[in-house]
Design a protein around this ligand. Structure first.
Ligand SMILES: Nc1ncnc2c1ncn2[C@@H]1O[C@H](COP(=O)(O)OP(=O)(O)O)[C@@H](O)[C@H]1O
Ligand SMILES: [Mg+2]
Length: 455
């Protein structure tokens, strides 16, 4: 396989040939071929090949063929070839997401993020966003939304992409009928789609059970009965109760047991943190509605005594991505300090964003680097463990990671469509960029626009 960049131009000539510069012929090893098949996403077209003397790597394509290929623009792009008769242009990277009707903010609060994704590698690839209803399977085309050079958004009809980056942002949209089948259709056409769907907390626990990395996950029970809750409280002294499909800390209870004083429930009510004591276990169960099925779809999880600053627990978001060599990397780490009295570290409940360096140096001094290194290695083992037991492609994961007071590393939650709130921290600008670059390079890997070292 050969891989290079080239500049696409249009040409208007009666002979309907594709003109290729000498340098490009050499770079793609097309020497001697009389015809050429150009491919862009799912479309291809074959034409006579003619050489043109011009320095640099150039490709001249008749206007009518640009239309048939549905090339979204001319100019620079990657070009790869696996035989002397073929050039693949692209890649076409399709970002699957939900859209609004707003012309200036077509992806709602995700608009800024989608823009960043599209700008990464924009000078050598074709990026567009689309929603399920934009795909025409008969024609094998997509009505994609492109970022125009002026910064606005434009619709263009393009081929099916070479790779799909799934950023559908709602669990409801992801679960709607037909969505599973829709995503599978890409697979049947040989188009890789990564980040298949959201994880439930319980899915991740299940995926890791039996894996070496299982020891990093706190003990958990799905749909816990009163007996199981009592047992876990006896064993661990405090537990978390979390909706398995929840996020943002919504619906979470922290339950503590003290042999002399009874049971304490801490949770968020409206915009306040509440703490209620129950002398009897039965009253606690009554409040939680255990007997009435209110803890259906909840996970009970062993509580972890997190490291603290100013008596506020701290945890970390590890933003994991795959890179161009198909390996997991820790692209970014943010530290989050819980708001006073809050059971979680979310910013919306008073949490504060910090850098991991700040936190670890304050707590561990000279040993900070060693602890960070250990946490990174653990996060990579966890990502590999999840991936090995999962039947779809993953390109990104957001781990909520805790370090306990004995320096042990724990993972509370793995997000398959990680949010990007840690990147609001001004010190994380480079990591923000790096995370986007890794995802882009992983798109190149999946679409075979990058040399692979076969195992
Ligand atoms: N088992 C636990 N022990 C200690 N703290 C926990 C535990 N589970 C969750 N937390 C705290 O609550 C936060 C939110 O929990 P998480 O499982 O990430 O749920 P959500 O989906 O709502 O973000 C975590 O980031 C962590 O600070
Ligand atoms: Mg979380």
């Amino acid at each position: 396989m050969s891989l290079t960049t080239c500049t696409i131009h249009t040409v208007q000539r009666a002979d309907r040939s594709v003109y290729v510069s000498n340098d490009l012929v050499k770079a793609l090893r097309l020497t001697g071929s009389k015809t050429i098949t150009l491919k862009a996403g799912s479309k291809s077209i074959t034409a006579p090949l003619r050489l043109i003397r011009k320095a640099g790597q150039h490709l001249y394509i008749p206007l009518s063929m640009i239309g048939k290929l549905h090339l979204p623009r001319i100019g620079s792009t990657l070009a790869t070839s696996s035989s002397a008769k073929e050039i693949r242009l692209g890649p076409m990277i399709g970002i699957l997401t939900n859209m609004t009707d707003s012309p200036t903010s077509p992806f709602g609060p995700k608009t800024g993020f989608i823009r960043q994704v599209m700008q990464t590698g924009a000078d050598k690839s074709f990026h567009f966003a689309f929603s399920p209803r934009d795909v025409n399977w008969q024609q094998e085309t997509v009505r994609g939304v492109f970022l125009s050079p002026g910064g606005g958004w434009v619709r263009k009809t393009v081929p099916l992409p070479d790779v799909v980056y799934n950023r559908l942002s709602s669990r409801i949209a992801e679960r709607s009928s037909g969505m599973e089948g829709f995503k599978e259709r890409f697979g049947r056409k040989g188009i890789p789609l990564f980040n298949w769907s959201f994880f439930d907390k319980w899915d991740v626990y299940n995926l890791l059970e039996g894996d070496d990395a299982f020891k990093f996950v706190p003990e958990s029970r799905i749909n816990p009965s009163a007996d199981q809750i009592r047992e876990m409280l006896d064993k661990h002294k405090f537990i978390y109760l979390k909706p398995t499909a929840g996020s943002l800390g919504i619906g979470i209870f922290r339950i503590t047991y003290n042999a002399n004083r009874g049971y304490f429930a801490r949770y968020r009510k409206g915009n306040k943190n509440v703490l209620i004591r129950y002398a009897k276990f039965a009253s606690l169960m009554n409040m939680l509605g255990t007997g009435r099925g209110r803890l259906q779809n909840y996970v009970a999880q062993q509580g972890i005594r997190l490291i603290e600053i100013d008596s506020c627990p701290i945890d970390f978001r590890f933003h994991m991505t795959k890179n161009g060599a198909n390996q997991w990397v820790v692209a970014a780490i943010g530290a989050k300090k819980a708001g006073k009295g809050s059971v979680t570290t979310h910013l919306r409940t008073g949490g504060q964003l910090m850098t991991s360096e700040q936190v670890l140096r304050q707590i561990y001094g000279a040993r900070a680097e060693q602890i960070l290194q250990n946490a990174k290695e653990t996060a990579i083992k966890l990502a590999e463990g999840i991936e090995n037991n999962y039947h779809h492609l993953l390109g990104e994961l957001g781990f909520d990671i805790g370090i306990d007071q004995n320096e042990k590393i724990w993972m509370f939650e793995a997000n398959a469509k990680p949010g990007r709130s840690i990147f609001k921290h001004p010190s994380l600008k480079d990591q923000d960029k790096a995370s986007l670059a890794y995802v882009y390079e992983h798109c190149l890997y999946l679409s075979r626009f990058r040399k692979r070292r076969e195992a």
